[in-house]
Design a protein around this ligand. Structure first.
Ligand SMILES: NC(=O)c1ccc[n+]([C@@H]2O[C@H](COP(=O)([O-])OP(=O)(O)OC[C@H]3O[C@@H](n4cnc5c(N)ncnc54)[C@H](O)[C@@H]3O)[C@@H](O)[C@H]2O)c1
Length: 254
């Protein structure tokens, strides 16, 4: 018996491998969930779903741009039609625009907010609507970052988006608690994914430095975040809402 047997779970940004969404999709499936993987990269999402099916799980993939309202409407309609319910939404898709304040353009800033914050609003609003309409006491997990909790140079736009996700999540948690719907944030530290590796492409020494910067001595594997998502989707966390889970190998230690 799995921890999330029979639950219908939507994971956005599940194409990147190694990536947090990819690890979450695999983890939820390995514990019995039916997983819908979406991503801007439809072929990558399909590859993740194919891996899950090959491993004996139940998954399907759709292309979805989380910044587009019509894509959110279509995704939720398809879930309603095919499954009649949604037990968990993991708002994981994201980008990192890392520029100092003086380098940032308004276009950079708006793009960062659209992908990492506005998308979370659109997905959460529709998930809550479907959960309420079907009486599902679902779980919504919004991916924030430790950068929303401590100051890090070149992260002002990213931090604004990830910080916005905290206040948004807490407010939604307050509005949906009486429905039994839960909404929490996860705050990863340095996690070894394509996003993190991208910053080291031109500077391999940076990759070594990143590992060394963590008190535990290494960047977290994406599975460490997937384990936390599994807990938040499962019935082990039914009394937890509006909370912030920091998973960072002791990096900010607060
Ligand atoms: N890796 C880290 O150290 C770290 C730390 C803190 C927070 N996070 C957050 O975790 C989440 C996952 O990050 P990751 O490291 O796995 O990144 P990643 O770049 O490896 O994967 C992100 C995925 O999101 C998808 N995506 C981007 N824009 C999209 C859009 N408009 N619509 C749909 N999909 C889109 C990408 O195609 C990609 O598959 C992000 O929200 C990120 O900000 C990551």
């Amino acid at each position: 018996m799995g921890m999330v047997d029979g639950k219908i779970c939507l994971v956005t940004g599940g194409a990147s491998n190694p990536g947090i969404g990819h690890a979450i999709a695999h983890k939820l499936s390995s514990e019995g969930a039916t997983v819908i993987v979406t991503d801007l990269n439809g072929d990558g999402a399909a590859a993740t779903a194919a891996e899950i099916v090959a491993a004996g799980g139940v998954a399907q993939a759709w292309a979805q741009d989380v910044t587009t309202e019509s894509d959110w409407n279509q995704t939720m309609e398809r879930i309603k039609d095919q499954y009649g319910r949604l037990d968990a939404l993991v708002n994981n898709a994201g980008i990192a625009v890392l520029k100092t304040l003086t380098e940032l353009t308004l276009e950079d800033y708006n793009r960062q907010m659209l992908v990492n914050m506005t998308s979370v609003f659109m997905g959460t609003q529709r998930a809550v609507e479907l959960m309420r309409a079907t009486g599902v006491k679902g779980s919504i997990i919004n991916m924030s970052s430790i950068v929303s909790l401590v100051g890090v140079p070149a992260c002002s736009a990213y931090a604004a988006a990830k910080g916005g996700v905290i206040g948004f999540t807490k407010t939604v948690a307050a509005e949906t608690a009486a429905d039994g719907i839960r909404c929490n944030t996860i705050h990863p530290g340095l996690i070894d994914t394509n996003m993190q590796r991208q910053s080291s492409v031109d500077n391999p020494e940076e990759y070594v430095k990143l590992h060394a910067a963590v008190p535990m001595g290494y960047m977290g594997p994406p599975q460490t975040i997937a384990d936390a998502v599994l807990f938040l989707v499962s019935d082990l966390s039914t009394y937890m809402t509006g909370a912030q889970m920091v998973i960072d190998g002791g990096l900010i230690n607060q």
